[in-house]
Write a protein that binds this ligand. Structure first.
Ligand code: ZN
Length: 428
Protein backbone atom coordinates (compact mmCIF):
# COMPACT_ATOMS: atom_id res chain seq x y z
CA UNK A 1 0.00 0.00 0.00
CA UNK A 2 1.07 3.56 -0.59
CA UNK A 3 0.89 6.18 2.11
CA UNK A 4 -1.52 8.68 0.65
CA UNK A 5 -1.83 11.20 3.46
CA UNK A 6 0.70 12.92 5.70
CA UNK A 7 -1.25 15.03 8.18
CA UNK A 8 -0.06 17.63 10.66
CA UNK A 9 -1.93 19.34 13.49
CA UNK A 10 -1.69 22.98 14.48
CA UNK A 11 -2.99 25.04 17.37
CA UNK A 12 -4.46 28.52 17.10
CA UNK A 13 -1.56 29.99 19.05
CA UNK A 14 0.97 28.31 16.75
CA UNK A 15 -0.62 30.15 13.84
CA UNK A 16 -0.90 33.42 15.76
CA UNK A 17 2.76 33.31 16.78
CA UNK A 18 4.54 32.01 13.70
CA UNK A 19 2.12 32.76 10.86
CA UNK A 20 0.27 30.16 8.84
CA UNK A 21 2.32 30.57 5.67
CA UNK A 22 5.65 30.11 7.44
CA UNK A 23 4.41 26.94 9.14
CA UNK A 24 2.94 25.46 5.98
CA UNK A 25 6.17 26.23 4.09
CA UNK A 26 8.07 24.11 6.59
CA UNK A 27 5.58 21.27 6.84
CA UNK A 28 5.20 20.82 3.09
CA UNK A 29 8.86 21.18 2.19
CA UNK A 30 10.48 19.29 5.04
CA UNK A 31 7.86 16.74 6.13
CA UNK A 32 5.96 16.10 2.86
CA UNK A 33 2.72 17.14 4.58
CA UNK A 34 -0.33 17.18 2.30
CA UNK A 35 -3.06 17.49 4.97
CA UNK A 36 -3.37 19.94 7.85
CA UNK A 37 -5.87 20.28 10.64
CA UNK A 38 -6.55 22.66 13.49
CA UNK A 39 -6.94 21.29 16.98
CA UNK A 40 -10.04 23.42 17.07
CA UNK A 41 -11.29 22.47 20.54
CA UNK A 42 -8.43 21.93 22.97
CA UNK A 43 -8.32 20.85 26.58
CA UNK A 44 -6.40 22.52 29.37
CA UNK A 45 -2.97 21.06 28.72
CA UNK A 46 0.38 22.84 28.78
CA UNK A 47 2.03 23.09 25.37
CA UNK A 48 4.39 21.76 24.26
CA UNK A 49 3.36 18.61 26.11
CA UNK A 50 6.50 16.47 25.96
CA UNK A 51 9.17 19.09 26.52
CA UNK A 52 9.36 22.20 28.67
CA UNK A 53 9.78 24.72 25.89
CA UNK A 54 9.07 25.30 22.21
CA UNK A 55 11.94 24.85 19.79
CA UNK A 56 10.39 26.83 16.93
CA UNK A 57 7.83 29.30 18.29
CA UNK A 58 9.30 32.81 17.74
CA UNK A 59 7.18 34.55 20.40
CA UNK A 60 6.89 32.38 23.49
CA UNK A 61 8.56 29.55 25.36
CA UNK A 62 5.40 27.70 26.31
CA UNK A 63 1.63 28.19 26.38
CA UNK A 64 -1.05 27.37 28.95
CA UNK A 65 -4.42 27.02 27.16
CA UNK A 66 -7.81 27.78 28.62
CA UNK A 67 -10.16 24.85 29.23
CA UNK A 68 -11.93 23.45 26.19
CA UNK A 69 -12.28 26.62 24.14
CA UNK A 70 -13.40 26.64 20.51
CA UNK A 71 -10.96 28.47 18.27
CA UNK A 72 -13.24 29.12 15.33
CA UNK A 73 -16.59 30.71 14.53
CA UNK A 74 -19.74 28.94 15.66
CA UNK A 75 -23.44 29.79 15.68
CA UNK A 76 -24.84 30.16 19.19
CA UNK A 77 -28.27 29.29 17.81
CA UNK A 78 -27.06 25.79 16.89
CA UNK A 79 -26.93 25.01 20.62
CA UNK A 80 -30.49 26.07 21.48
CA UNK A 81 -31.59 22.54 22.43
CA UNK A 82 -28.94 21.95 25.09
CA UNK A 83 -28.11 23.64 28.37
CA UNK A 84 -24.38 23.29 27.57
CA UNK A 85 -22.78 26.31 25.92
CA UNK A 86 -19.81 26.53 23.56
CA UNK A 87 -17.13 28.97 24.69
CA UNK A 88 -14.60 30.83 22.58
CA UNK A 89 -11.27 32.12 23.83
CA UNK A 90 -11.10 35.08 26.22
CA UNK A 91 -7.47 35.79 25.37
CA UNK A 92 -6.95 39.01 23.40
CA UNK A 93 -4.53 37.56 20.85
CA UNK A 94 -6.90 34.69 19.99
CA UNK A 95 -10.46 35.91 20.38
CA UNK A 96 -12.43 37.21 17.44
CA UNK A 97 -10.45 35.27 14.84
CA UNK A 98 -11.65 32.14 13.07
CA UNK A 99 -8.37 30.20 13.21
CA UNK A 100 -9.84 27.26 11.33
CA UNK A 101 -10.77 29.51 8.44
CA UNK A 102 -7.29 31.08 8.51
CA UNK A 103 -5.75 27.61 8.22
CA UNK A 104 -8.11 26.21 5.60
CA UNK A 105 -7.83 29.24 3.32
CA UNK A 106 -4.05 29.07 3.32
CA UNK A 107 -4.05 25.29 2.92
CA UNK A 108 -6.46 25.29 -0.02
CA UNK A 109 -4.18 27.66 -1.97
CA UNK A 110 -1.56 24.93 -1.76
CA UNK A 111 -3.93 22.09 -2.62
CA UNK A 112 -3.75 20.53 0.85
CA UNK A 113 -6.46 18.50 2.59
CA UNK A 114 -8.00 20.29 5.56
CA UNK A 115 -9.51 19.17 8.81
CA UNK A 116 -10.30 19.92 12.41
CA UNK A 117 -9.95 17.99 15.65
CA UNK A 118 -12.31 18.16 18.62
CA UNK A 119 -9.92 16.97 21.31
CA UNK A 120 -10.38 15.21 24.66
CA UNK A 121 -12.71 17.57 26.52
CA UNK A 122 -15.07 19.54 24.31
CA UNK A 123 -16.94 21.54 26.95
CA UNK A 124 -15.54 23.79 29.68
CA UNK A 125 -15.84 21.85 32.92
CA UNK A 126 -16.79 24.88 35.04
CA UNK A 127 -19.56 25.76 32.60
CA UNK A 128 -20.86 22.18 32.68
CA UNK A 129 -20.95 22.18 36.49
CA UNK A 130 -22.80 25.51 36.53
CA UNK A 131 -25.25 24.94 33.69
CA UNK A 132 -25.95 21.21 33.68
CA UNK A 133 -23.99 18.99 36.10
CA UNK A 134 -26.27 16.07 35.12
CA UNK A 135 -24.37 15.98 31.81
CA UNK A 136 -21.26 14.61 33.52
CA UNK A 137 -20.59 10.93 34.05
CA UNK A 138 -20.97 9.49 37.56
CA UNK A 139 -19.07 6.87 39.51
CA UNK A 140 -20.96 4.01 41.08
CA UNK A 141 -21.19 6.23 44.21
CA UNK A 142 -22.75 9.07 42.22
CA UNK A 143 -19.70 11.35 42.17
CA UNK A 144 -19.26 13.52 39.07
CA UNK A 145 -16.31 12.60 36.82
CA UNK A 146 -14.80 15.88 35.55
CA UNK A 147 -14.27 16.28 31.84
CA UNK A 148 -16.34 13.23 30.92
CA UNK A 149 -19.67 14.08 29.30
CA UNK A 150 -22.08 11.17 29.51
CA UNK A 151 -23.05 9.98 26.03
CA UNK A 152 -26.50 9.07 27.36
CA UNK A 153 -27.23 12.54 28.76
CA UNK A 154 -29.68 14.33 26.42
CA UNK A 155 -27.86 17.63 26.97
CA UNK A 156 -24.46 16.09 26.22
CA UNK A 157 -25.75 14.26 23.18
CA UNK A 158 -27.34 17.40 21.76
CA UNK A 159 -24.25 19.54 22.49
CA UNK A 160 -21.97 17.02 20.79
CA UNK A 161 -24.20 16.70 17.73
CA UNK A 162 -24.56 20.49 17.45
CA UNK A 163 -20.82 21.03 17.74
CA UNK A 164 -19.98 18.54 15.00
CA UNK A 165 -22.81 19.70 12.75
CA UNK A 166 -22.07 23.41 13.17
CA UNK A 167 -18.35 22.92 12.55
CA UNK A 168 -18.91 21.13 9.25
CA UNK A 169 -21.63 23.58 8.24
CA UNK A 170 -19.40 26.63 8.59
CA UNK A 171 -15.98 25.43 7.45
CA UNK A 172 -14.20 24.17 4.36
CA UNK A 173 -12.93 20.93 5.87
CA UNK A 174 -12.40 17.49 4.39
CA UNK A 175 -12.38 15.68 7.73
CA UNK A 176 -13.56 16.14 11.29
CA UNK A 177 -11.54 14.17 13.80
CA UNK A 178 -12.13 13.52 17.45
CA UNK A 179 -10.42 11.96 20.44
CA UNK A 180 -13.12 13.16 22.82
CA UNK A 181 -13.22 11.32 26.12
CA UNK A 182 -15.76 8.51 26.04
CA UNK A 183 -16.57 6.35 29.09
CA UNK A 184 -14.17 6.88 31.97
CA UNK A 185 -11.99 3.75 32.26
CA UNK A 186 -11.32 4.31 35.97
CA UNK A 187 -7.76 3.53 37.03
CA UNK A 188 -5.76 0.35 36.38
CA UNK A 189 -5.40 -1.62 39.64
CA UNK A 190 -2.01 -2.62 40.95
CA UNK A 191 -1.25 -4.79 43.97
CA UNK A 192 0.82 -3.61 46.98
CA UNK A 193 4.50 -3.08 46.22
CA UNK A 194 5.63 -6.34 47.86
CA UNK A 195 3.23 -8.51 45.85
CA UNK A 196 4.68 -9.71 42.59
CA UNK A 197 2.16 -8.61 39.97
CA UNK A 198 1.72 -10.88 37.01
CA UNK A 199 3.45 -8.63 34.50
CA UNK A 200 1.80 -10.23 31.50
CA UNK A 201 -1.70 -9.77 32.85
CA UNK A 202 -4.01 -6.92 31.93
CA UNK A 203 -6.73 -7.99 34.35
CA UNK A 204 -5.91 -4.96 36.53
CA UNK A 205 -7.02 -2.68 33.68
CA UNK A 206 -10.31 -4.55 33.42
CA UNK A 207 -10.86 -4.43 37.20
CA UNK A 208 -10.16 -0.68 37.21
CA UNK A 209 -13.14 -0.01 34.92
CA UNK A 210 -15.58 -0.40 37.80
CA UNK A 211 -14.14 2.80 39.28
CA UNK A 212 -14.96 4.67 36.07
CA UNK A 213 -18.29 5.55 34.46
CA UNK A 214 -21.00 5.73 33.94
CA UNK A 215 -23.66 5.07 36.55
CA UNK A 216 -25.84 8.16 36.08
CA UNK A 217 -29.62 8.23 35.86
CA UNK A 218 -29.52 8.64 32.10
CA UNK A 219 -27.37 5.52 31.80
CA UNK A 220 -29.78 3.60 34.01
CA UNK A 221 -32.64 4.60 31.69
CA UNK A 222 -30.62 3.80 28.55
CA UNK A 223 -29.63 0.38 29.89
CA UNK A 224 -33.25 -0.46 30.62
CA UNK A 225 -34.24 0.71 27.13
CA UNK A 226 -31.61 -1.68 25.77
CA UNK A 227 -33.12 -4.50 27.79
CA UNK A 228 -30.45 -4.74 30.50
CA UNK A 229 -31.08 -5.47 34.16
CA UNK A 230 -29.39 -2.27 35.41
CA UNK A 231 -29.97 -2.86 39.12
CA UNK A 232 -28.59 -6.37 38.70
CA UNK A 233 -25.50 -4.99 36.98
CA UNK A 234 -24.85 -2.40 39.71
CA UNK A 235 -25.34 -4.98 42.50
CA UNK A 236 -23.17 -7.52 40.70
CA UNK A 237 -20.28 -5.06 40.37
CA UNK A 238 -20.10 -4.18 44.08
CA UNK A 239 -17.60 -6.95 45.04
CA UNK A 240 -15.32 -5.79 42.24
CA UNK A 241 -15.60 -2.19 43.41
CA UNK A 242 -14.40 -3.27 46.85
CA UNK A 243 -11.50 -5.17 45.31
CA UNK A 244 -10.58 -2.32 42.96
CA UNK A 245 -10.46 0.15 45.85
CA UNK A 246 -8.58 -2.10 48.21
CA UNK A 247 -5.44 -0.76 49.82
CA UNK A 248 -3.44 -1.67 52.90
CA UNK A 249 -4.66 1.36 54.83
CA UNK A 250 -8.23 2.58 54.82
CA UNK A 251 -9.75 0.00 52.45
CA UNK A 252 -8.21 -3.27 53.61
CA UNK A 253 -11.25 -5.59 53.50
CA UNK A 254 -10.53 -6.97 50.04
CA UNK A 255 -6.80 -6.36 49.88
CA UNK A 256 -5.79 -10.01 50.04
CA UNK A 257 -8.22 -11.02 47.33
CA UNK A 258 -6.98 -8.15 45.19
CA UNK A 259 -3.35 -9.18 45.66
CA UNK A 260 -4.17 -12.76 44.71
CA UNK A 261 -6.07 -11.70 41.59
CA UNK A 262 -3.42 -9.30 40.32
CA UNK A 263 -0.59 -11.77 40.92
CA UNK A 264 -2.51 -14.66 39.35
CA UNK A 265 -2.73 -15.79 35.75
CA UNK A 266 -6.52 -15.60 35.61
CA UNK A 267 -7.50 -14.36 32.19
CA UNK A 268 -9.94 -11.50 31.77
CA UNK A 269 -12.38 -14.09 30.49
CA UNK A 270 -12.10 -15.85 33.87
CA UNK A 271 -13.18 -12.69 35.69
CA UNK A 272 -16.05 -12.17 33.23
CA UNK A 273 -17.23 -15.74 33.84
CA UNK A 274 -17.20 -15.16 37.59
CA UNK A 275 -18.99 -11.80 37.37
CA UNK A 276 -21.45 -11.71 34.44
CA UNK A 277 -22.46 -8.19 35.48
CA UNK A 278 -19.01 -7.02 34.40
CA UNK A 279 -19.54 -8.22 30.84
CA UNK A 280 -23.05 -6.74 30.81
CA UNK A 281 -21.61 -3.39 31.97
CA UNK A 282 -18.96 -3.44 29.22
CA UNK A 283 -21.58 -4.40 26.65
CA UNK A 284 -23.86 -1.56 27.74
CA UNK A 285 -21.02 0.95 27.42
CA UNK A 286 -20.08 -0.33 23.96
CA UNK A 287 -23.68 -0.07 22.79
CA UNK A 288 -23.90 3.47 24.16
CA UNK A 289 -20.68 4.49 22.41
CA UNK A 290 -21.86 2.99 19.15
CA UNK A 291 -25.11 4.94 19.44
CA UNK A 292 -23.12 8.14 20.02
CA UNK A 293 -20.88 7.53 16.98
CA UNK A 294 -23.97 6.77 14.92
CA UNK A 295 -25.53 10.09 15.98
CA UNK A 296 -22.37 12.07 15.19
CA UNK A 297 -21.98 10.32 11.84
CA UNK A 298 -25.58 11.08 10.86
CA UNK A 299 -25.21 14.71 11.98
CA UNK A 300 -22.12 15.47 9.88
CA UNK A 301 -23.31 13.50 6.83
CA UNK A 302 -26.59 15.37 6.89
CA UNK A 303 -24.66 18.61 6.41
CA UNK A 304 -22.11 17.31 3.88
CA UNK A 305 -22.04 13.63 2.84
CA UNK A 306 -18.46 13.89 1.60
CA UNK A 307 -16.99 15.00 4.94
CA UNK A 308 -14.85 12.34 6.61
CA UNK A 309 -15.50 11.44 10.26
CA UNK A 310 -12.23 10.24 11.78
CA UNK A 311 -11.85 8.74 15.24
CA UNK A 312 -8.50 9.43 16.84
CA UNK A 313 -7.77 6.44 19.09
CA UNK A 314 -5.72 7.66 22.03
CA UNK A 315 -6.27 4.78 24.44
CA UNK A 316 -4.06 1.83 25.19
CA UNK A 317 -7.22 -0.28 25.49
CA UNK A 318 -10.05 1.47 23.63
CA UNK A 319 -12.36 -1.41 24.50
CA UNK A 320 -12.25 -0.18 28.10
CA UNK A 321 -13.73 3.23 27.18
CA UNK A 322 -16.55 1.64 25.20
CA UNK A 323 -15.04 1.44 21.72
CA UNK A 324 -15.68 -1.84 19.91
CA UNK A 325 -14.24 -1.20 16.46
CA UNK A 326 -16.31 -3.79 14.57
CA UNK A 327 -19.42 -2.20 16.10
CA UNK A 328 -18.52 1.41 15.24
CA UNK A 329 -16.85 0.85 11.88
CA UNK A 330 -20.05 1.58 9.95
CA UNK A 331 -20.17 5.01 11.61
CA UNK A 332 -16.57 6.00 10.88
CA UNK A 333 -14.73 6.90 7.70
CA UNK A 334 -11.18 6.49 9.03
CA UNK A 335 -9.20 5.97 12.23
CA UNK A 336 -6.05 7.70 13.43
CA UNK A 337 -4.03 5.88 16.07
CA UNK A 338 -2.12 8.03 18.57
CA UNK A 339 0.70 5.69 19.55
CA UNK A 340 3.80 7.85 19.93
CA UNK A 341 6.35 5.19 20.90
CA UNK A 342 9.23 7.09 19.34
CA UNK A 343 8.88 9.96 21.79
CA UNK A 344 9.77 7.57 24.59
CA UNK A 345 12.69 6.20 22.62
CA UNK A 346 10.66 3.19 21.41
CA UNK A 347 11.95 0.99 24.26
CA UNK A 348 9.88 -1.97 23.00
CA UNK A 349 11.16 -1.76 19.43
CA UNK A 350 7.70 -0.58 18.28
CA UNK A 351 5.95 -3.75 19.48
CA UNK A 352 3.15 -1.69 21.01
CA UNK A 353 2.76 0.35 17.82
CA UNK A 354 2.42 -2.79 15.71
CA UNK A 355 -0.07 -4.27 18.20
CA UNK A 356 -2.39 -1.27 18.29
CA UNK A 357 -2.37 -0.88 14.50
CA UNK A 358 -3.19 -4.58 14.09
CA UNK A 359 -6.03 -4.27 16.59
CA UNK A 360 -7.57 -1.26 14.87
CA UNK A 361 -7.12 -2.69 11.37
CA UNK A 362 -8.75 -5.96 12.34
CA UNK A 363 -11.65 -4.00 13.77
CA UNK A 364 -12.29 -1.60 10.89
CA UNK A 365 -11.27 -3.72 7.92
CA UNK A 366 -9.36 -2.64 4.83
CA UNK A 367 -11.94 -0.34 3.26
CA UNK A 368 -11.47 2.33 5.95
CA UNK A 369 -8.18 4.26 5.97
CA UNK A 370 -5.92 3.70 8.96
CA UNK A 371 -3.69 6.65 9.83
CA UNK A 372 -0.67 6.05 12.09
CA UNK A 373 0.55 8.65 14.53
CA UNK A 374 4.25 9.44 14.19
CA UNK A 375 5.97 11.30 17.02
CA UNK A 376 8.08 14.24 15.95
CA UNK A 377 8.95 15.43 19.42
CA UNK A 378 11.47 14.49 22.12
CA UNK A 379 12.74 11.82 22.78
CA UNK A 380 12.21 10.86 19.17
CA UNK A 381 15.41 11.10 17.15
CA UNK A 382 15.56 11.44 13.36
CA UNK A 383 16.55 7.77 13.20
CA UNK A 384 13.54 6.71 15.31
CA UNK A 385 11.20 8.81 13.19
CA UNK A 386 12.53 7.15 10.02
CA UNK A 387 12.26 3.70 11.62
CA UNK A 388 8.73 4.30 12.85
CA UNK A 389 7.64 5.24 9.33
CA UNK A 390 9.14 2.02 7.98
CA UNK A 391 7.31 0.06 10.71
CA UNK A 392 3.90 1.59 10.03
CA UNK A 393 4.38 1.27 6.30
CA UNK A 394 5.04 -2.44 6.82
CA UNK A 395 1.75 -2.55 8.77
CA UNK A 396 -0.10 -1.37 5.67
CA UNK A 397 -1.30 1.99 6.95
CA UNK A 398 -2.87 4.46 4.55
CA UNK A 399 -1.46 7.61 6.08
CA UNK A 400 0.68 9.28 8.72
CA UNK A 401 -0.29 11.95 11.20
CA UNK A 402 2.46 13.86 12.93
CA UNK A 403 2.23 14.36 16.68
CA UNK A 404 2.73 17.28 17.01
CA UNK A 405 4.23 20.20 15.12
CA UNK A 406 4.46 22.33 18.27
CA UNK A 407 6.95 19.94 19.87
CA UNK A 408 8.98 19.31 16.74
CA UNK A 409 12.39 20.38 15.52
CA UNK A 410 13.50 20.88 11.94
CA UNK A 411 15.63 17.75 12.12
CA UNK A 412 12.59 15.67 13.10
CA UNK A 413 10.46 17.18 10.32
CA UNK A 414 13.21 16.42 7.81
CA UNK A 415 13.21 12.83 9.06
CA UNK A 416 9.58 12.42 8.00
CA UNK A 417 10.34 13.04 4.34
CA UNK A 418 13.47 10.90 4.60
CA UNK A 419 11.54 8.11 6.30
CA UNK A 420 8.94 8.06 3.54
CA UNK A 421 11.71 7.74 0.99
CA UNK A 422 13.46 4.99 2.94
CA UNK A 423 10.19 3.09 3.36
CA UNK A 424 9.48 3.38 -0.34
CA UNK A 425 6.08 4.69 0.67
CA UNK A 426 5.39 6.84 -2.35
CA UNK A 427 2.07 8.28 -3.28
CA UNK A 428 2.10 11.46 -1.25
ZN1 ZN B 1 -24.27 8.23 32.25
Amino acid sequence: MAIREVAASLYAWDIADEGVEAILDKLVEHAAVNSVYLVGVMHKEKRPFTSMFYAQDPKRSYYLPEDSRIYYRFEESSFSKTRLRPLGSDRDFLKGTDWLEALTKAARKRGLRTGVELSHTIADNTMVLQECPQALQRTIDGEAIPGHLCPNSPDSREYIKALFRDTVQNHDIDFIQTCMLLFSPGRPCRPPWFVAANGGSTVGHLLGVVQGGCFCENCAAAAKRMGSDWEGIVDGLQPLVQMARANMGSHNEAVVEQGLLLSSDLLESGLLLEIPALYQFLQFRARSTTELFSAIYAAVKQVRPSVEFRYNNHRLYPELVGVCFPAVRDFLDSVRDSDYSAQRGAPDGFARKRATLAKVRRGIGFDKPLIAGVAVRPKATPELVRRSICVVNDMGVDGLSLGHYDGSTMALLDAVRQGLEEAGAGGT
